[in-house]
Design a protein around this ligand. Sequence first.
Ligand code: DX5
Ligand code: ZN
Length: 214
Amino acid sequence: MIQVAPSILSADFAHLADEVQRIETAGAEYVHIDVMDGAFVPNITLGAPVVKSLRKCSAAVFDVHLMVERPEAQIASFAEAGADVITFHIEAVRHAHRLVQEIKSLGCRAGVALNPATPLVMLEELMADIDMALIMTVNPGFGGQKFIPSMLEKIALLRHTAEENDFALDIEVDGGINAETAPLVREAGANILVAGSAVYGASDIEKAIQAIRG
Ligand code: DX5
Ligand code: ZN
């Protein structure tokens, strides 16, 4: 089952509630929420209060992607704000396993993200306990970048390892996903596809979502 997770990073921030409604009506199951702190990545986007306000307007799965230093300091407020999935970057933490446990104890699904340069082996000791792995297919920080094709092998290897071990792991991909790259990542084994500019930049977002879902 392929899920599409439009990223509100490419939405109009002055009308976020409407922008979330728009993708839900168009058939998206997930809303991908990019949290940037100006330290882990150059930009600053939004924090838990915005998620809390949006929660009142949407029943979709809130997929919070934390691109922040010290995510351990933020987990509780995002869980309280209504996040369903909380993903942190392995590059930003010392005690990844503890953080996975914390996210789950707060009633959320736990995801771990890997930058393009971070090898899959970083997930090895976590894979049995996480719900989702997020393979970045661009370097995080900006929407509208070009998909990095060498990530396809990483996705395929991760899917293979998960299957070999009988782990029901969601594999999410994020960055440069559009109608052209979506079939490639689906084929490699990704099952949750984030797309920012390809959805919000489309004239017909329902069609765009369908094309990405395949
Ligand atoms: C990038 C973000 C992405 C971004 C993707 O750092 O994590 O979620 O919104 O945007 P597109 O789909 O335009 O590459
Ligand atoms: Zn993201």
